[in-house]
Design a protein around this ligand. Structure first.
Ligand code: GLC
Length: 429
């Protein structure tokens, strides 16, 4: 089998899932200025130690997180088991810098995996390739390390190979200690810190030996769009904070799996002052944009120091969930349609069904151009009622060149604070 068809096989369920929850959580929830706080503010290990000593997430209840995700219609999740600050939420035998040794006193990844799996949600683990805590990770000359340019770290004499061994050991732990993991999300490569610097070939071989079906992102350095991608090029593209204009394709123009990750406010890790939240409507628009371009949306939440997902995030997710419970059919298992994007919204497709997501409602009917098949039936997804597909009496006078035109009655109402309706078109094959 070619690498591409293996990738297609492996990612089938993941692509059908379309909507996932990203969870950024760690010690940085205490300073509450985002997960890059150590780097931005050049905080030393000694200064950062206070957060390790304080960490006591008494409200950590991953079953609650899993319920929130499920009710939002999310089908997979990815948790930061270790972010760039090096703190491990899991019980690793390779370090003392882990949740087990904080007041939390237990393996938080284990509870997450069990809770999400119990809700039937695919489980993903994020693991940072960077590590600002490990003594063998380059500091002084590094681009991002909190101690970059700090003279005291100039002759640290780190042995990077020790770090690589540590990192491989931890990935092995993550993939063996918690049953079958669905997604491994590595983050990230930069400059020389890329590809074989991480011993990426060996790492991926090890991961696939433990679990041949594991889905891996594309942040280890290889080009996921290449004609013959290297083994560590990954299974899907992972743009962040943007939705690629034309989705993602390989160099030959064939669509490839991709997922965009997006924050609910402006931060991944908890930021207590950032109240700049997106609306549920924004989120639904983004989700439908992703699906209409053949991609997934991994939507982030940043739980606070006590382990609570911020109230604002929960409210947005509930509203999204209400919409999903009525319109999820236009999301799950769907992908791009061959038709051009209409001016009133987005199109998704599943076999011979076409889903019309109306963002910009028109008067009495919307117009679908160039649909090669006959429209058998139009149904409003939110209540299952049929809509008329009769041509309006005056349509003849307003043709669009020689394009085939279908008129579909628009629902007379919008609901959920104006969130968009979806019309399902059943087409004759
Ligand atoms: C960036 C950031 C990181 C975040 C990730 C999510 O690479 O370094 O903080 O986890 O994006 O995509």
């Amino acid at each position: 089998m070619s690498i591409q068809s293996e990738r297609e096989q492996r990612t089938k369920a993941y692509c059908n899932a379309r909507f996932g929850m990203f969870i950024h959580w760690g010690l940085y929830a205490i300073p509450a200025r985002g997960e890059w706080v150590r780097s931005y503010e050049r905080i030393s290990n000694e200064e950062y130690q206070q957060y390790f000593d304080e960490f006591n997430p008494t409200n950590y209840d991953p079953k609650k997180w899993a319920r929130i995700a499920k009710e939002a219609g999310m089908k997979y999740a990815v948790l930061t088991t270790k972010h760039h600050d090096g703190f491990c939420l899991f019980d690793s035998q390779y370090t003392d810098y882990k949740a087990t040794n904080t007041k939390a006193g237990r393996d938080l990844v284990k509870e997450y995996v069990e809770a999400f799996r119990a809700e039937g949600i695919m489980v993903g683990l994020y693991y940072s390739l960077l590590d600002w805590h490990h003594p063998d990770y380059p500091a002084y000359n590094d681009l991002h390390h909190p101690m970059r340019g700090n003279e005291a770290y100039k002759n640290q004499g780190e042995h990077f190979e020790n770090y690589v061994e540590y990192m491989h050991g931890q990935v092995r732990e993550l993939l063996t200690n918690y049953g079958k993991i669905d997604i491994m999300w590595f983050d990230f490569s930069y400059g020389e810190m890329s590809a074989e610097k991480w011993k990426a070939t060996e790492l991926v071989k090890m991961a696939r030996k433990i679990n041949p079906d594991i889905i891996i992102d594309n942040r280890m350095g290889g080009d996921v769009t290449a004609e013959n991608p290297v083994i560590y090029a990954g299974d899907f593209g992972s743009p962040e904070q943007m939705i690629p204009v034309g989705g993602m394709r390989d160099v030959k123009g064939n669509p490839i799996p991709w997922e965009t990750c997006i924050t609910l406010n402006g931060h991944w890790g908890f930021d207590a002052k950032d109240k700049n939240y997106k609306s549920a409507r924004n989120v639904i628009n983004m989700l439908m944009e992703c699906v209409s371009k053949g991609g997934n949306l991994l939507l982030n939440v940043g739980p606070d120091a006590k382990g609570n997902i911020p109230k604002e995030s929960i409210e947005i997710l509930q509203e999204v969930g209400e919409w999903m419970s009525l319109n999820g059919e236009a999301v799950y298992g769907c992908t791009m349609s061959p038709l051009q994007r209409p001016e009133w919204g987005r199109l998704t497709a599943n076999g011979s069904n076409l889903y019309l997501y109306i963002q910009d409602c028109c008067n009495e009917s919307i117009v679908l151009l160039d649909c090669p098949h006959k429209v058998k039936k139009a149904i409003l997804l939110c209540n299952g009622s049929e809509l008329s597909t009769k041509e309006p009496w005056n349509a003849e006078s307003y043709r669009v060149g020689d394009k085939k035109v279908d008129f579909i009655e628009t629902p007379p109402f919008s609901y959920l604070n104006g969130n968009g309706n979806v019309i399902k078109l059943i087409l004759e094959k």
